[in-house]
Design a protein around this ligand. Structure first.
Ligand code: SPV
Ligand code: MN
Length: 623
């Protein structure tokens, strides 16, 4: 260790921590740590390794600091975030861009030196009186072509505990780095806290991404989407790394869909937050690899994907025994679960849409709560927040896929894009080819905004491959990388689009569990085992196949009327969508590949030809 760093760290680390740091023999790491210590001025620094006892110590600390409190069920705890800290905060999440560079204008950014000055100013002395925790994790399986090593520094035991549930231990992985500086760096401080352990200065919340050094700073926030470095902060860095190295980092689940004769076909799916992504990945009878973030590589000419994580930070609203039996079970049996922003009453958690009566009083993210409690700004305070969540390890899930830790990932048979779309797309369709799917589904994704991010809900917004919030490279380049990835493969994954949110007169046209049918149909399509009807927007199912699958999977009689209503091609809405998307690519994206405009033009021509022949709304039986 160089002398300067040794002087900074002197007296802060006990001998066990110092030994753990030295065993990694990594000067880059020491420099990163010394810089953070000098800046945040903690009273002490504890370095953790992958051992059970260290992981247990973190869990205990989260209770000691009162960031988490124990519930009645063994292993269950709860945690609250502040009233103004209930989702990812896009407004204060910014890329720090060197003066001679610029990112796409749609990305929130500021000049690097100015941003560093601001965020480091807020972090200065932030850990005085506290202990700094130093953790190591690995994104993707360890010892794999997909592995990305990460060092997390935080003063929050809740953040560190969440990471133990969500990520693979990485201390041993760091040893394999052989002193290299190739790792992502995260520094988080809770900042000043109230007696309830939430930020006292939420207006000083900042999440700044210094991509030039693969270093993210986060301060004055507790919400995991803003604080857990390895989640969405790392995704932003990974998108840049993937761009440099020729792979893909996507906001996607990974799941095994079980087809005929014990065949398992893997799908990945991009859905904006709170649009059915986790519940798709957890469909009973199928197996889950991951619910949020996937890395893709071409290995031996095949598309393969891994789950970056090993846990779930999932939305709890509407988790019901009948619709989500897999997760319901985990949330009710003993074992490690962190509930966040739910209502607590008599040692038990309650959430919106749980299908059971919610008590009239308790404790929630607003403090002591009773029915009718009001907040001066936003009116009635609900018993639990809409973005309330659970944090669990995937290893506690009954239908975990056995390939989770395969260092080569799983082969990808299909890629799904799904959004919250009340009036345009059919429930499920397949693209004509890779390029059509990437452009007409992925790059044309729109979705109505949800409570997963702070701001107005229910507004239709462009959301490129559900990854727009995390893009850190020009949009056109990102689309081109996706196009190129598939075009280089002999047999690229099939591309699909789903829509669970079609509505008519305020009523949903499809049922909550119908996604179990759509995935089975897609599985058959990957193997060319179901015919399809050619619509202008893609290939759609024939009625008889759905009738059979509904019967087999849900034991439900699927009527021809439902099929016709759901799969009618709504031509004016589809044309209007193409216009909106084309406008974005013509006016806001400087570097859109030519394929974007070609695919849009072809789709428009197909829709117009059908409209001229058969009118605005064309039944699948008239195609
Ligand atoms: C999402 O909002 O997409 C999530 C949760 O998966 S967060 O960690 O907030 O990103
Ligand atoms: Mn997500």
């Amino acid at each position: 260790m160089n002398k300067q760093c040794a002087d900074i760290l002197a007296g802060k680390l006990d001998s066990a921590s110092l030994a753990k740091l030295e065993a990694l023999a990594n000067e880059h790491l020491v420099e990163f740590l010394a810089d953070a210590v000098k800046l945040c001025r903690p009273d002490s620094v504890t370095v953790f390794d992958d051992s059970k006892s260290d992981v247990q110590q973190v869990r205990r600390l989260a209770l000691e600091t009162r960031e988490e409190k124990a519930l009645a069920t063994d292993g269950h705890t709860y945690h609250f975030d502040g009233m103004q800290d209930q989702g990812r905060d896009k407004e204060v999440t910014r890329y720090l861009v060197p003066a001679d560079q610029s990112l796409a204008k749609t990305l929130n950014q500021m000049e690097r030196e100015q941003g560093l000055g601001e965020v480091r100013g807020l972090l200065a002395g932030s850990m005085t009186g506290r202990r700094m925790l130093v953790r190591f994790f690995c994104l993707g399986p360890t010892g794999s072509p997909f592995s990305v090593s990460c060092a997390q520094i935080t003063d929050s035991a809740y953040v560190a505990h969440s990471e133990d549930l969500l990520y693979r231990a990485g201390y041993e992985q760091f040893k394999r780095l052989g002193g290299s500086g190739e790792f992502f760096r995260f520094v988080h401080s809770s900042g000043k806290l109230t007696a309830d352990m939430v930020s006292a200065e939420p207006d000083k919340k900042r999440i700044y991404i210094d991509y030039t050094r693969e270093h993210v700073y986060s301060v004055n926030t507790q919400y995991a989407g803003n604080t857990v470095g390895l989640k969405k902060l790392a995704l932003r860095l990974a998108i840049r790394k993937a761009d440099r190295e020729g792979w893909l980092a996507e906001h996607m689940f990974v799941m095994g869909v079980h087809g005929p004769a014990n065949r398992v076909t893997y799908f990945t799916g991009a859905y904006p937050s709170a649009c059915g992504k986790t519940s798709t990945a957890m469909i009973p009878g199928e197996t889950i690899v991951g619910d949020d973030i996937a890395y893709f590589r071409s290995i031996g000419g095949q598309a393969r994907a891994v789950n970056v994580e090993v846990g779930i930070f999932g939305i709890i609203q509407d988790v019901k025994a009948k619709d989500d039996p897999v997760i319901w079970d985990v949330l009710h049996k003993p074992g490690e679960v962190i509930f966040s922003n739910v209502l607590i009453h008599d040692g038990l958690p309650y959430w919106l849409g749980m299908g059971e009566e919610i008590p009239a009083d308790g404790v929630n993210f607003s403090g002591a709560w009773q029915t009718g409690k009001k907040d001066s700004a936003s009116g009635a305070i609900p018993p639990a927040h809409k973005n309330a969540r659970y944090t669990i390890s995937l290893r506690s899930i009954a239908n975990l896929d056995p390939e989770l830790d395969n260092p080569q990932g799983v082969p990808v048979g299909g890629v799904i894009y799904g959004g919250r779309d009340s009036d345009t797309a059919v429930p499920v369709q397949q693209s004509f080819d890779w390029t059509h799917g990437i452009v007409a589904y992925g790059a044309s994704q729109e979705s109505e905004t949800t409570s997963a991010t702070i701001g107005q809900e229910g507004v239709r917004a462009f959301n490129l491959m559900s990854n727009l919030d995390f893009l850190a490279i020009p949009l056109g380049k990102y689309i081109k990388n996706n196009l190129d990835f598939g075009l280089k493969l002999a047999n690229p994954p099939r591309v699909f689009a789903t829509n669970y949110f079609q509505r008519e007169g305020g009523q949903f046209l499809t049922g909550m569990r119908d996604k179990a049918v759509w995935v089975k149909w897609m599985e058959l399509r990957v193997h060319n085992e179901a015919p399809a009807i050619k619509a202008p927007t893609g290939l759609i199912p024939v009625y008889e196949d759905l009738l059979r699958i509904f019967q087999q999977v849900l034991g439900k009689e699927y009527s021809r009327e439902d099929y016709i209503r759901q799969f009618t091609i709504r031509i004016p809405e589809n044309l209007a969508k193409l216009d909106r998307i084309e406008k974005i690519y013509r006016t806001e994206v400087k570097d859109a590949p030519a394929a974007v405009f070609e695919v849009i033009a072809q789709q428009r021509a197909r829709l117009q030809a059908l409209q001229a022949a058969k009118g605005d709304y064309v039944k699948p039986t008239d195609l």
